[in-house]
Ligand binder design. Sequence first.
Ligand code: DP6
Length: 345
Amino acid sequence: MKYTASAPSNIAFIKYWGALDLERVVPHHPSISMTLEQCRSTTTVEFRPGDEGESVIELRSDDGVLSPAPPAFTTRISAHLERLRSAAGAEGSFRVATHNSFPAAAGIASSASGFAALTLSTAGALGLPLDADESSRWARRSGSGSATRSVLGGYVQWPAPDWTPELSLSGTGDDEASNRAVQLATAEHWPLANCIALVETGPKEVSSLQGHNLTTTSPHFRRRLELMAPRLERCRRAIEGRDLEALIEVVEEDAVDLHLIAMSSQPPIYYWQPGTLAVMARVRELRKQGLGAFFTMDAGANVHVLCPLDQGAKVSAELAEVPGVHSVIEDRVGDGPRSEAQHLF
Ligand code: DP6
């Protein structure tokens, strides 16, 4: 009745930004990401059958101290626990503890790794068998689109190729079948590094949720949607053919596009800091020097700099010297979630 799973964060190459239905997590179009390896959430869930008490949700610090999670954090977690409990047809309460391998304030998508790990550990504790498709569907129901992708390793697309927006909005059971993630390629297919240049360490001022809600107020959003089908195809082909030049072009294009939409939303959202632009400029210089580095930013100021794995150490060292960069996390493409033998309590 106690189960521990860890799941990694992921970095989107083609971003999920805006939704047709945020509550049911129906995006406008598919997104594509690379699953990370080091930046993980580890979660232990204990299910206490028949217990009518309140569920307990705790955070575990780096030195192993457990403390109650703040209410802002627990609401979505409790709702997800309830969803899975009722699917399993079980009565009882939970004890949950979670730990992130990366600093909580680093602005890395902790909800992607967090909800993927929570989904897998809760299903494990309930004895609810989930295959990869079901895991991603359940992760999505947490409300985090990016968590849908974090249950798979390597290069991932969500939703699956058989998905259409019409299908999802029809509200029939069919929408559920296709609204899942699929693996496009394994981690071994293309070993890439992701050096995360941290230019801000505080929590971001505007959440992804607020950003999703504002997308349609940008005059550029319609154009983004028009450009999306060929862009997705270019990204898929670049991954399939390990075409670095093509990947650089399409990933940077889509990253800037997200921020263009954010900055032209009403009210506008400015995620970038001076350090963000300094890193982007340095990446372009590194390319002139012959390195295969390229950038992308999620809904925050930090810059994910990708490159072939054997260039990761050099790129990290270069980024650490850029003014405004506090530190660099060196990560790489990884194989996805795993069950862990060591429990957090
Ligand atoms: C900019 O709705 O998955 O990272 O649950 O807050 O992580 P959180 O956000 P979610 O939106 C992710 C937005 C994004 C782009 C992406 O990961 O595709």
